[in-house]
Design a binder for this molecule. Structure first.
Ligand SMILES: *Cc1c(COP(=O)(O)O)cnc(C)c1O
Length: 373
């Protein structure tokens, strides 16, 4: 159908006046990185920038951390190549290795390090005409997602070395670094497997880095903490010295005066207990705001802490304007982060919606314009 591409580029050229915006504070990102670096001690750091840097923009994030991080960890070869093309020369780690044999020579050519976690990847390496000199060996120490059994480590290492891949690092991933169960069982399995191999070790995500100094190893892999999210349900990010990086904000596009007994939104799940003033915000689940956020989810309006009311719709949600008689259409609303509307903890919004800030950040919709400051 000719015309769609032209129509789309015409839309993208128009300045949008719908008031929703996301912004990313790169200084806060750098501050959070410095926190991770301090906790890492002597260990080197992979800044985890998978999923478009948890929704924050992989190019901008990588640039902001370029002189700071020892390397970048992500998933897809094509994103690593795009970052190489953008001038990033740092080491890059593909956390799940490669997904197809044709990517193996590409790793070699662009100096990308792959995590090798299964036999099929070993076979693809063996069949390739060019191979990288470096790899991570991923061990399954109890999470039962990706990785070789520790008992197979010797054989895997031998195969890799026979293929000329001799610069090896041992990695694993914790299932419970953010839970009361902790990491000790998995850490012991890992340390036993690593004992006597002389290989460098790479273990800690944000939660382990913050909570378990004994799991630092030679390389750490912080993700969420760089973006100002707390990995722990019970500890707010500011108590960990982290600053919010992403702000999602919008404005009121309507106001309603309710009488007692009137209901709000789809399904009428909120009923006004008395006369009340409510505000309609240009932000809905099609923008990435969680539809499961119930009445009472924190929000800030024109500098006042407030709450959502009723169900989140595709393009709008509703907020309580109690004690804000001065507020009019156009008033600023902060959905999360630090904006003109006020300050709202993304982890608190996520908790209210039964999820984690990781998901909120990653789910931010492409239709929301983003700026980097
Ligand atoms: C995503 C990921 C991380 C980062 O985890 P955070 O909890 O965001 O710090 C580290 N290691 C691996 C293998 C990952 O997939």
């Amino acid at each position: 159908m000719p015309g769609i591409a032209q129509a789309q580029s015409a839309v993208s050229r128009v300045i949008t006046h719908r008031p929703i915006r996301a912004s990313v504070r790169l200084q806060a990102l750098q501050h959070n990185f410095a926190q991770a670096r301090r906790l890492a001690g002597e260990a080197r750091t992979w800044a985890v920038i998978k999923a478009n840097a948890y929704g924050h923009g992989q190019f901008q994030v990588a640039r902001a951390l370029q002189g700071l991080s020892d390397g970048f960890a992500l998933l897809e070869v094509e994103n690593a190549l795009a970052l190489r093309a953008a001038g990033l020369t740092q080491p890059m780690l593909l956390l799940e290795g490669f997904f197809a044999a044709e990517d193996v020579p590409v790793l070699a050519r662009h100096d990308l390090t792959a995590a090798i976690h299964c036999r099929e990847q070993l076979e693809m390496l063996a069949a390739a005409e060019a191979r990288p000199a470096r790899a991570y060996i991923k061990l399954n120490t109890g999470m039962n997602r990706l990785g070789f059994r520790p008992a197979d480590l010797g054989a895997v290492r031998q195969q890799l070395e026979r293929l000329g891949i001799r610069d090896l690092t041992l990695m694993s991933h914790f299932a419970g670094a953010d839970t009361p169960e902790g990491i000790e069982t998995q850490r012991q399995v890992f340390m036993q497997a690593a004992a006597g191999t002389g290989l460098p070790l790479c273990l800690a995500n944000s939660a382990a880095l913050i909570r378990y100094p004994e799991a630092r190893g030679d390389w750490v892999r912080p993700g969420i903490m760089l973006y100002g999210g707390s990995p722990f349900a019970e500890t707010p990010a500011d108590a960990l010295g982290l600053e919010p990086v992403m702000t999602l904000e919008s404005r009121l596009i309507g106001i309603q005066e309710l009488r007692a007994g009137e209901r709000v939104g789809y399904g009428g799940t909120f009923t006004a207990p008395g006369p009340m003033r409510i505000g309609i915000v240009a932000c809905g689940y099609a923008d990435g705001y969680p539809r499961h956020a119930p009445t009472g989810t924190p929000v800030a309006v024109a500098g006042h802490p407030s709450r959502t009311l009723g169900r989140v719709s595709m393009d709008m949600l509703v907020v309580d304007l109690q004690d804000m008689p001065e507020v009019r259409v156009g008033a600023p609303v902060t959905l999360w982060g630090v904006g003109e509307g006020g300050r709202v903890d993304a982890d608190a919004v996520a908790a209210a919606a039964g999820t984690i800030s990781y998901e909120l950040f990653c789910a931010l919709a492409p239709r929301v314009p983003m700026e980097w400051r």
